[in-house]
Design a binder for this molecule. Structure first.
Ligand code: SF4
Length: 78
């Protein structure tokens, strides 16, 4: 079972910690808001993803369990 990464665009204030801690899955747009390179988090990235989720100061970043195919990308602006 893989995990899926989600960003709540309302809660996100663009601190950018997630992109620092999980650059494999998150990059920042030109305004400093996160864009998901991928929302699929495999076993090799799970520890880093959990660290990024725990570091998010606004609880905007979260992980969920999934068994289906991930979408390719998503963008958040707030
Ligand atoms: S999701 Fe959290 S850590 Fe990432 S930019 Fe938004 S507020 Fe910052």
């Amino acid at each position: 079972m893989s995990r899926r990464l989600h960003i709540d665009p309302i809660a996100c204030t663009g601190h950018g910690l997630c992109a620092d801690l999980l650059p494999e899955a998150v990059e920042l747009d030109e305004w400093g808001y996160p864009m998901l390179r991928t929302d699929a988090i495999g076993p090799g990235l799970l520890r880093h993803a959990r660290r990024a989720v725990n570091a998010c100061p606004t609880l905007a970043l979260r992980l969920s369990k999934t068994t289906d195919q991930p979408s390719s990308a998503a963008q958040v602006r707030g």
